[in-house]
Design a protein around this ligand. Structure first.
Ligand code: MF3
Ligand code: CO
Ligand code: CO
Length: 249
């Protein structure tokens, strides 16, 4: 079942989404080589709590932290802890807040210090692909249009699109229907409607798209050990386009 949101509900999601985005801004200001992912997570945790919200990931299906911080070959769901951030790392931070009962979900990739040109190219292509996918969104468009736009841009560059994780509906729950694949065929799939709120969160790999989950049950890594990047926005469908709800201003 897909839950359509009222204008009031969309404004609540925006308030939550703005806070999540500001937590990422804050993380970006502090991010530097030598810090641990656990220190970054504490900063994010305290910021969210200080603003009257709850970090959605903390305790979610047993997940133990307030953000996901995934470095280099870690695709998603990296658990913050003692790992030290190094010069040249691609650091993906994913923050989800619950504010007044509504979820806002957003992620960015940060290039720390002197990253390789290839790594930077991957991160830039990933961000661009997210906006190309979002650009397809409007009432009447199809979910397949979003995936196709991402795929048409990413695959000719020799990068690959992760299959095992997808975007999702979001609102009063963390993960609602529908699933939003980041690959697909134009004109196929569910028809978008005004009031739907979904995430677009492509995970783009330098090598193969295959991932495996480590023994901790969360950390997803590329099977070939090559780099991965991700960006995510929470987006509302409008009659003639889209409304990004995870902007920081
Ligand atoms: N924020 C992630 C998403 O984009 C979900 C993280 S769930 C966690 O859907 F438990 F791993 F934190
Ligand atoms: Co998400
Ligand atoms: Co997320």
């Amino acid at each position: 079942m897909i839950i359509l949101k009222s204008r009031e509900e969309i404004e609540k999601i925006r308030e939550s989404g703005r806070l999540a985005a500001r937590a990422l801004d804050l993380a970006a200001e502090h991010l530097k080589p030598g810090l641990t992912t656990g220190q970054m997570d504490k900063l994010i945790h305290d910021f969210i709590m200080d603003h009257g919200a709850i970090p959605a990931t903390l305790g979610y299906k047993g997940y133990p932290a307030s953000s996901c911080i995934s470095i280099n070959e870690v695709v998603v769901h990296g658990i913050p802890g003692p790992r030290v951030i190094n010069d040249g790392d691609l650091v993906k931070i994913d923050v989800t807040t619950i504010l007044d009962g509504f979820y806002g979900d957003t992620a960015r990739t940060y290039c720390v210090g002197n990253v390789s040109p290839e790594a930077r190219k991957l991160a830039e292509a990933t961000e661009k692909s997210m906006y190309l996918g979002i650009g397809e969104i409007k009432s009447g468009a199809r979910l397949g249009d979003i995936g196709a736009a991402i795929q048409e841009f990413i695959e000719p560059q020799g990068f690959s699109i992760v299959r095992d994780f997808v975007g999702h509906g979001v609102g009063r729950e963390f993960h609602e229907e529908p699933s939003v694949a980041h690959f697909g065929r134009r004109g196929s799939g569910l028809r978008l409607k005004t009031g739907m709120v979904i995430t677009v969160e492509p995970m783009i790999n330098q090598g193969v798209y295959n991932i495996k989950v480590l023994k901790d049950g969360w950390t997803a890594v590329t099977t070939d050990g090559k780099l991965s990047s991700q960006f995510e926005h929470t987006v509302a469908v409008t009659p003639d386009g889209y409304d990004i709800l995870t902007l920081s201003n």
